[in-house]
Design a binder for this molecule. Structure first.
Ligand code: B12
Ligand code: SF4
Length: 456
């Protein structure tokens, strides 16, 4: 017998949050799979920027960009005690809790609730959603999964209030839970490693599909010491590029979608096997899209052919993971890039048509032991190369190689309190890289010309 399953994307509680092509792709993938197992799926998005009930209440819609990113509804709330030292307001991003209650009331026949989680330090919004579900739907099993649940599993089991906490990929585990709870037959159980066997994510449940997030690969062949990619996915898995184009065509033809973002960790790796055939196929089918890569791309892969095809295919937002210009630090943290590779990449990208403001280069700041001079020299190096530096504040992640250094360096109890992983806190800052030093670097970047890629 098919079940009524409700998917919930909880609120974000943070000092700052921006919908930078942010969608709960993993949860929506599970929705697609459960549907293929003939269950009925509903979805409540606590981050919905288009919520009609919120619009009636606040009368102004959060400012959205035509490319599908933009602001979220926001309400200032009390800061948790342990974050009092940071003199910034703390907010709930998303719909009001009473609107969430109203929406929950629309699904009285729910048999099971699935809640996702993203950043480890966003758990308060997850707990709040679970608490309200438990209050309004007593006795209905709640399953929690996603990034926080995987990276801080014990914390989630002890504190979330969920009946089941799932670590890692959810496809097999959710079908097993359903089977155990309701004696449900598994009708469709795809091989998790065959990404093309998975049904498309249930994006049709999104109120307004302003963009579609895509993955062409999962995992990454590198092992950078600050990154958790290998914790989620040991083997680097790739889709068939033609199947990716089939999916893009599906969203474009059936829902009129133009903007697509890529969530891959390694989109450009082995470009001849993925991105180049993918974009050639797109051209052959005469599909016209805009692509956005908010997650860092690999500079090492950029050459003249790839730059040209990216530009010509409509890659409007390109961000690269560079992290630091310090050779020693590059080597110690995993060696994914060297300075000459940034220099060369920028030359190729510019020849292809990109401008300085289009080439966003992430620089990690606040990693254990990092000095202010490293950050300022890295900023200067990116500027000299002719690209745009973008600071990415370090968030420590349990299970990564750098975690032990972070534990030793941080004055905060990052081991037991995930709120201290918040990137805004810069929890591993030290006398050599203080909050003031960070603010100075940030201020310097603000004086640079504004990003103009949107005008292209
Ligand atoms: C895409 C991405 C982004 C996008 C946002 C999109 C998004 N939805 O998160 C952007 C670029 C904006 C972003 C930003 C940042 N990110 Co980010 N991001 C990712 C990335 C690459 C992919 C996430 C994803 O959607 N994967 C695809 C889906 C299909 O997988 P999934 O969500 O894991 O879902 C599966 C399972 O988790 C599970 N599952 C999920 N939900 C549920 C629910 C249930 C009930 C069940 C059973 C199972 C289940 O099943 C799914 C299918 O198998 C991850 C790294 C990674 N490899 O996962 C980092 C990651 C989440 N980001 C990270 C970081 C550090 C950041 C930044 C702080 C970087 C910075 N310093 O600026 C910012 C913060 C943004 C902010 N404050 O607003 C860290 C997490 C840090 C933390 N402490 O939690 C990660 C893990 C990367 C890393 N460094 O290791 N990010
Ligand atoms: S290259 Fe990027 S995704 Fe891969 S391990 Fe390093 S930081 Fe993570």
């Amino acid at each position: 017998m098919s079940k009524n399953i409700l998917l919930i994307n909880p609120w974000i509680y943070d000092f700052a949050a921006y919908d930078f092509w942010l969608k709960p792709l993993g949860l929506l993938y599970l929705g697609g799979l459960l549907r293929a197992n003939s269950h009925r799926i509903s979805y409540i998005n606590c981050l919905d920027p288009y919520s009609p009930l919120m619009l009636q209440r606040s009368r102004t819609m959060p400012r959205r960009h035509v490319y599908g990113h933009g602001r979220l509804f926001r309400q200032v709330i009390n800061k948790p005690d342990c974050l009092h030292m940071l003199p910034r307001s703390y907010c709930r991003y998303g719909i009001d809790p009473d609107i969430f209650r109203t929406e929950l009331g629309l699904y009285p026949d729910t048999d099971m609730v699935l809640v996702t989680s993203m950043m480890t330090y966003w758990y308060p919004g997850v707990f709040e959603a679970i608490r309200i579900v438990k209050e309004m739907m007593p006795g209905i099993p709640v399953v929690l999964g996603g990034k926080y649940a995987s990276l801080c599993y014990d914390h989630a089991v002890a504190n979330s209030g969920a009946d089941y906490v799932v670590r890692g990929r959810g496809e097999k585990q959710i079908l097993e839970i359903l089977q155990n709870l309701f004696d449900e037959d598994i009708i469709f159980d795809p091989d998790e490693d065959d990404l093309d066997a998975l049904p498309y994510p249930a994006l049709d449940l999104v109120r307004r599909i302003d963009h579609v997030p895509m993955i062409t690969t999962i995992g990454c062949p590198y092992r950078c010491s600050y990154c958790s990619s290998h914790i989620f996915q040991k083997k680097f898995l790739r889709r068939d590029p033609v199947k990716v184009v089939d999916e893009i065509e599906h969203w474009q033809k059936s829902f009129g979608v133009i903007d697509f973002s890529f969530y891959d960790d390694a989109l450009l790796v082995d470009s001849e096997k993925m991105i180049i055939p993918l974009l050639n196929e797109l051209k052959r089918r005469k599909l016209s899209c805009r692509f956005h890569c908010p997650n860092g791309l690999h500079l090492r892969e950029i050459n003249s052919k790839l730059s040209k095809i990216l530009y010509d295919s409509g890659f409007k937002t390109i961000r690269f993971g560079f992290e630091t210009a310090d050779f020693q630090l590059q080597k110690e943290t995993g060696g994914k890039v060297q300075n000459e590779e940034l220099q060369k990449a920028v030359i190729h990208l510019k020849k292809a048509g990109y401008k300085t403001e289009d080439i966003g280069v992430y620089l990690l700041c606040g990693i254990p032991g990092q000095k202010e001079v490293d950050v300022t020299q890295s900023i200067d190096f990116v500027l000299q190369c002719g690209a745009k530096p973008v600071l990415a504040e370090y968030s420590p992640i349990p299970g990564t190689k750098m975690w032990a250094d972070a534990l030793a360096a941080s004055p905060f109890d990052i081991q037991h309190e995930p709120l201290y992983h918040n990137n805004s806190l810069l929890c591993c800052r030290n006398d050599d890289f203080s909050y003031d030093a960070y603010s100075r670097s940030k201020a310097k970047l603000k004086t640079l010309p504004k990003e103009t890629s949107v005008a292209r």
